[in-house]
Each structure stands twice: as structure tokens, then as C-alpha cells.
Design a protein around this ligand. Structure first.
Ligand code: PLP
Length: 366
């Protein structure tokens, strides 16, 4: 039945009505596209994952999964030298970030994050109607330590290596942040396997530190939706109270276990990606383009046109040109720290060569 007086969407909470939804990168159906827009891994998951999935598909799918994903908890805890009481498994790390936002912030309890960073945080905080504080980097992208320490948030989301820049923050810097912060510090380490250091090494020193990780990048399992948190057992208990009873499917748990079990495969693909990343970072710099040092599977690149100028118009022109050649990268307009840049996920060598050839063509044509 239709409501007589108003559209049914107006029954939603007013802050939800006002919410700007998250915009995921375009996922074309046609496999011809070169997808360098969502920081997926260009290589297949470990063959052990396929074998484990084949085994898991069968009569047992009629049964609910293990609600706690206990075997996978133990596996990720072991991987990080921790007790399983310090690990929590989510339906992607987005699920973990969502639960953390809901548990530790509301309209009276502030949640903080930096700009630029992962653009899901504002959406999660918006859903929770959190009191939000956004702390801006400057172009150097160095840690804005004083501003972060003064932000008065109960929970702070901090991404390292950061997206979309790829810039990683050394533990010596993070230690100062976590030690001085009166609240929970969530270090989002979705890209940690591509980096030189992990803040998980600081967990034994700080009860207010939460690490989140993803299986979507280094383990090539974006389609499976697996992520995890490492934290003090009290934080894990909070998350366990709140999660969906069966938040990780049987198939995801089986795939996750097989992926963790094949560290050699993960490290080999990460090694290939890092090698490709460093070659193309140098290639962009040889062109005279500005690129941030990256410890993730992405490059944040400021293109220059054939006259040597960079601007939002130049970045958009290259974005559109690449799209016309079925190469997808990501553009973040509307802010001076990002709008002259393109974020390019690191693909295979062949994909990156195609990108490079298209850039040459653009430079000749524009
Ligand atoms: C910084 C950051 N955190 C978390 C995620 C989401 O990871 P997941 O696929 O595990 O939900 C992403 C995905 O791009 C990301 O860039």
C-alpha cells in the first residue's frame, strides 16, 4: 500500500536520508577492460584456495558456518604471533570497520579520520550519525601528529599504507600517535602485505590499538569477502557481541584458511606486484610526473600534459582517454589534494605496458 502523505523513504532516519552512499569503483561485466581502478590483485588466488572451495562445496552447505570462524581466527593470530583471543574475522575488512564505528562512536562520541584516505569511513560514520572530525594531510602527506592528537575523537581511523596515496607511516611515527591518543586508534592495514613494516608489532605495547587487514588485496580474494581485526581481547569481545551470528560464510572460511596456509604463493605474487610497482613508479618519475612513494599495490600519479602542466583538467583528460581505450583507473575530484592525480592500481606487466602505451598516445594527441 502506498503512503498517502509522503514517499516511504522519508520514514528512514533523517541522517540516513541525507547520507551520501559510498561510490565503489566501476566493475564492468565485459572482461576486455584493463581494471586498474579498485586495487584488486591482478593474479589469481592460490591454487590451494580453488581446491579448498571445491571440497567445501557439497552437502555441508546446508549447515550454518562456524559462527566464530575459529579455525581462521587461530590461523591469522598464529600468522601474526598472537593468541587467538586477539583476532576477529569479518565479512571483508569493511565489515570490521563498520562494527568498530558502531561500537565506538555516535552523535556525542567523535570519530576521526584523515583526508585523503579510504572514502568508506565518512559513509560508515554517516550511517552511525557520528560526530565527525576530518584531519587533513598537506601535500607532503607526512603524519599530522599534533592535529591527530588534538582531534578529541574516541575512535580514529588511520590508514597505513594510505589509500589513495600508497604512503606508509613508520612504526616510530605511529608509536607516538598511539601512545598520545586518548581513544582507540584503528590502523587500517588493508595493504600491509605490500609494505615494509606492520603496526601489528605494536600490539603488545598498546591496548588502544586495533589493526584491520583484508584478504582482498595480497591474497587475491576480493570476491570472497574476508577481513580481520587484531586487537586487545576486550575489543575483540565487543566486536563479537555485535557481529551477525554467521558473518563469514563456509566458503569464505575455507578459502581464507587455504590462502593463509599458502604464504609462499602470497609472498611470490606480492613480490611480483611490488617489482612492477617500483618499475612504473620510476617510469612516471622519468617522465617528470610527481608520484608519491608507495608501499601498496597502487600509485598516486600527477600526470602532466605535453606542455608540462598538471591540473584537474589534465588528470580528467587522461582519465577519459584511458577509459576510451578500456583502461580503468580512479579519479578523485573535488579536492586540491587529489584532483590533479590519478590512482592507478598495479596490474600485470602486460596491463601496465598497455597503460604506458596509451599514455604515450594521449601525450601525442592531446
Ligand atoms: C584502506 C582500505 N581499507 C579497507 C578496504 C576494504 O577491504 P575489504 O575488501 O576487505 O572490505 C579497502 C579496499 O579498497 C581499502 O582501500
Amino acid at each position: 500500500m502506498m503512503s498517502a502523505n509522503k514517499p516511504v523513504s522519508e520514514y528512514a532516519m533523517s541522517h540516513i536520508q541525507a547520507l551520501q552512499a559510498y561510490t565503489p569503483g566501476f566493475q564492468p561485466k565485459d572482461p576486455d577492460w584493463i581494471k586498474l581502478n579498485t586495487n584488486e590483485n591482478p593474479y589469481s588466488p592460490s591454487p590451494k584456495v580453488e581446491a579448498a572451495l571445491k571440497e567445501a562445496i557439497g552437502p555441508s552447505l546446508r549447515l550454518y558456518p562456524d559462527p566464530a570462524s575459529q579455525a581462521l581466527r587461530e590461523a591469522v593470530a598464529r600468522l601474526n604471533g598472537l593468541d587467538a583471543s586477539r583476532a576477529f574475522i569479518g565479512n571483508g575488512s569493511d565489515d570490521v570497520l563498520n562494527l568498530l564505528t558502531r561500537a565506538f562512536s555516535n552523535s556525542n562520541q567523535r570519530a576521526g579520520y584523515t583526508f585523503p584516505s579510504y572514502s568508506l569511513y565518512p559513509v560508515l560514520c554517516g550511517i552511525q550519525d557520528s560526530d565527525i572530525v576530518e584531519i587533513s594531510f598537506d601535500r607532503s602527506m607526512r603524519l599530522p601528529l599534533e592535529k591527530l592528537l588534538d582531534c578529541n575523537a574516541r575512535i580514529l581511523f588511520f590508514t597505513s599504507p594510505n589509500a589513495p596515496t600508497g604512503v606508509a607511516f613508520p612504526n616510530s611515527d605511529l608509536r607516538q600517535l598511539i601512545a598520545g591518543f586518548e581513544g582507540l586508534v584503528v590502523i587500517d592495514e588493508a595493504y600491509a602485505d605490500f609494505a615494509l613494516e606492520t603496526a601489528a608489532d605494536l600490539l603488545s605495547d598498546f591496548d588502544n590499538l586495533v589493526i584491520t587487514r583484508s584478504f582482498s588485496k595480497s591474497y587475491s580474494l576480493a570476491g570472497m569477502r574476508i577481513g580481520y581485526a587484531l586487537a586487545h581481547p576486550d575489543v575483540i569481545e565487543v566486536l563479537d557481541k555485535m557481529r551477525d551470528s554467521y558473518n563469514v560464510s563456509r566458503l569464505a572460511q575455507a578459502a581464507g584458511l587455504a590462502a593463509v596456509d599458502d604464504q609462499a604463493y602470497m609472498k611470490a605474487t606480492v613480490g611480483k606486484i611490488n617489482h612492477t610497482r617500483d618499475c612504473y613508479l620510476q617510469e612516471f618519475r622519468d617522465r617528470g610526473w610527481f608520484v608519491y612513494d608507495s608501499q601498496a599495490n597502487l600509485l598516486f600519479v600527477e600526470p602532466k600534459d605535453s606542455s608540462g602542466n598538471s591540473s584537474a583538467k589534465v588528470a580528467c583528460s587522461l582519465f577519459e582517454f584511458l577509459k576510451s581505450r578500456k583502461i580503468l583507473v580512479r579519479y578523485f575530484g573535488g579536492h586540491a589534494l587529489t584532483d590533479t592525480f590519478l590512482r592507478i592500481s598495479v596490474g600485470t606487466d602486460d596491463q601496465m605496458l598497455a597503460l604506458s602505451e596509451s599514455i604515450e598516445l594521449w601525450l601525442r594527441n592531446e
